[in-house]
Each structure stands twice: as C-alpha cells, then as structure tokens.
Design a protein around this ligand. Structure first.
Ligand code: SF4
Length: 441
C-alpha cells in the first residue's frame, strides 16, 4: 500500500480538486493519509488568488526540501494556480519537485505519476485543454459525510481587473448537463444529501454549451433528484444572476436559503475600474428581488478594500452599501497586486496602512451585523442537516441551517445525515447553540 498526503490551499474548488486527485490516485494504489511521515507521495494544491495565499504555498513547498532529502523515494507534486502560473520556473526555487501539473491537467495525474515512478525524471504538464475532463471524477466524501461538491464549469471570461482566474484557470467551459446530473444521481445513491455546485462564475453555467440550457434549468433538474435534500452554489458574479435564477429560490425546494454574491465594492467608480459591469444600485436591486422571492435568504459577500485609486469616499460608499444590505457574513481582503492583471498595472496604489485601517474598520462593522443577525435567531426553530460530531464537545453534534449557519447541540451519532429540528438557545459570532426538538421535521 502506498500513501498520499495532500495539502490544499484556497477555495472550495481547490478542496474539490484535491478530492478528485486523491480519487484518481486510488487507481494507482495510493490511499490518503493525514500523516506526512507515512507518505509515499505529497501533493501541494496551491492557490494564488491573493498574495498571502501564494506566499503560504511557496513556503510550504520549501518545507518539503528536507523531506525529500530524508526520504528521496517520496514523490513531490505541485498543482493548482501557482503551478499554472510558475510552470517549470518553480524548479528554480524547488528543484526537488517531481511533478508540476496545471489546473487543466488533474486527469493526467495517474499517467504523470506512473511515468515518474518509472523514470524518476520530473514532469511538467501545464497546457490548457478546451474540455472539462479534469472536472468529472466522482468523489465520495470520507466516512459518512453527507455533503459533496460537484464542479459544473471551469474558468472565467469576465476578466475582473484584480483577478488572475481567467489567466490561470482558462476560458469559461461548462460541463454537459447529463454528466452533471448523472454524477449527482450517483452521489444521491451513495447517501449524499447535500450538493454544492462549483464554478468560478457558476451562474453563467451553460453559456458555452450553446443549447439554451442554463443554470436555472440545472437547478430545477437537480431539485428533482430523489435523495438530494439541499443544494448550494458558489461563486456568482452579480451581473450573471438572472431573474430566472433568482426565481429558483422560490420554486426549487432543495435550493438553500443562502447566496454568496461577491460585491467587491460599494463605489460605482471603483466597480467600473474593477471591470465588474454592475453598479451598486444594480447589486442592491438584485438583493431586494432575492428577498422578495425568499424573505429568509441569507446573503454573504466578498469585499476588497484598497483597490488602486480607492478614496475615503469610495470606502464610505462600501460601508453605506453594507448598511443597506446588512450581509449575514462578509469575507473581506486587502487588495494585493496579482501578476498579469490590469489592476497590477494601475497607478494610485493605496498605502498598506490605509488598507489595513479600512479592513479593520469594515470587519468591525460587519461583526456587529453578523452577531445581530445571529442573535435575532435565538428562540427560533430551525431545520438542521446534521453533518457529524461537534468539534467542541464529544456529547454534541454539528449541522447547518439552510442559511448555512453552524448549529451545535446535544445529540448522538445516529443523527448524522438526518435533518432535524432544533431550537436556537444562544447565538455567537460564528455559530449557534441549539437544542434538539424530537419528532417529525
Ligand atoms: S468573475 Fe470571479 S473568477 Fe471571474 S474574473 Fe471576476 S473575480 Fe475572477
């Protein structure tokens, strides 16, 4: 038996890519391990969406130098966005790497590994393919997990000024609907209750198929699959959130009451510089529409502070938008230059300490909104899909509400995979405490 250790950086797409790598390498006799000491192969699945993520990945790769020295038979592979960006140049810094594979070459891993095992010569594979072969590997989550990811499309054609995705993940390409639906049926047959549909710009799904089948059709079709109780999707570009998709929140029972809709800025001037193709008013109108159709919908978002040229006034407009929308949660970041993007070439960069102060201010404001929203749930009864044992106590289980809030409550492992009712007894910033209500959901 050979063992595979994978370290993943970045988003849900990368997590799912790593699951697919592990599944493909099962066929080569590798089993996943969390113990690096046991590993015969190590893969670092990297992210370079932000400078910090890229630095972390570089330093992790550097740490494997000693591992390779101590145990030369261990294969070292580097995949993901950093591999796509740096290609063989990664070898200048880390000549001990055996395999560098880009974002479109996950399906080639078995072949690459077989080759390197035989020849012991390094391989680099970073070409783009106009197909989605790397996306369709059926991955069943470990031990009794009830949720699974399904990638429905890859790449992005939007070219937002700050983003490296179109350069590192390629042009937008959707998988065929029949493949996706078959995959989800297979997951349901294995007891999966919740699927999250993944794509860099998931709500533009279908554009490249050219047959009129769009994301709203996909949501409705998945909603008819027996056994799938919940579905979510991420991540969406507000411009591509069509009326048909919004309507699905009122029509498709399995679609969760949650949307992650990155706004990035509340200033129209900055949104234009970012090449986002919507105004803060357009964004707000979509939020109003979503709330009309699904009054309990939870809205989360991403914001970048300190984009080149962002003034105090622009920043205050972002705070104003936050006040109008009252996001349930917000992921906020300081702008960092990403090589090859339009924004990296822009002048008028915002000073580091200004970015830091704005980020702290924005996060403090958001914390009050998030806590306020959670607090308002005290005393309410919610449906919770139980995902597993709680990290906090061996006597507790944890699950999520449809709005994607974590709930911990007293209960045993028999509840895992079941949807139960719980009364919320206490709210915290990042989770809720509840008590099980026995009986039918
Ligand atoms: S839509 Fe998202 S993935 Fe596409 S370029 Fe913009 S930020 Fe990047």
């Amino acid at each position: 038996m050979k063992y595979l250790y994978i370290q993943t950086f970045g988003c849900q797409m990368n997590i799912h890519d790593s699951e697919q790598m592990a599944e493909l390498l099962r066929g080569e006799g590798y089993r996943k391990t969390d113990d690096i000491e046991k590993a015969d192969m190590v893969i670092v699945n990297t992210c370079s969406i932000r400078e910090k993520a890229e630095q972390k990945a570089h330093s992790q790769i550097g740490r494997f130098r000693n591992l390779k020295k101590a145990r030369p038979h261990v294969l070292i592979g580097v995949g993901g966005c950093l591999a796509q960006q740096w290609k063989e140049k990664l070898l200048d810094k880390a000549p001990f790497i055996d395999i560098i594979f880009g974002t479109h070459n996950i399906h080639k891993l078995p072949e690459l590994v077989r080759d390197v095992e035989k020849t012991r010569a390094f391989r680099v594979e970073t070409s783009f393919h106009n197909e989605t072969r790397s996306l369709g590997v059926l991955t069943l989550p470990d031990n009794g997990c009830v949720k699974a990811y399904v990638t429905v499309m890859q790449g992005c054609d939007n070219y937002c000024a700050f983003c490296v995705v179109p350069y590192l993940r390629g042009r937008e390409e959707s998988r065929k609907a029949v493949e996706i639906l078959n995959e989800i049926e297979a997951l349901a047959d294995h007891g999966i209750k919740e699927v999250t549909l993944l794509g860099q710009n998931v709500n533009s799904y279908g554009k490249t198929l050219g047959n009129g089948y769009g994301f709203s059709n996909m949501l409705k079709d998945i909603g008819r699959i027996r056994g799938i109780e919940r579905m979510r999707f991420t991540t969406s570009q507000p411009r591509d959130l069509s009326v048909d998709i919004i309507k699905c929140f009122g029509e498709v029972d399995a679609l969760c009451e949650h949307i992650h809709l990155p706004v990035q800025s509340g200033s129209d001037r900055i949104l234009e510089k970012m090449n986002r193709h919507y105004s803060s008013r357009d964004y707000f109108e979509k939020i109003v529409r979503l709330k009309e159709i699904c009054p309990r919908i939870s809205i989360t978002s991403d914001v970048i502070v300190g984009f080149p040229g962002e003034t105090e006034r622009d920043f205050n407009e972002t705070l104003d938008l936050m006040e109008s929308v009252r996001f349930d949660n917000l992921f906020s970041f300081k702008y960092s230059d990403r090589p090859g993007t339009k924004a990296a070439l822009m002048g008028d960069k915002v000073a580091e300490e200004v970015k830091r102060d704005r980020l702290m201010k924005l996060q403090a404001v958001q914390e009050t909104y998030t806590f306020e929203k959670n607090k308002a749930m005290e005393g309410s009864v919610v449906k919770v899909l139980v995902e597993g044992r709680s990290k906090n106590s061996s006597e507790d289980v944890m699950g999520r509400t449809s709005s994607n809030r974590i709930v911990n409550f007293r209960g045993n492992s028999d509840l895992v995979g079941k949807t139960v009712r719980a009364r919320i007894t206490e709210a915290y910033l990042h989770s809720l405490r509840g008590e099980l209500i026995e009986g039918q959901v």
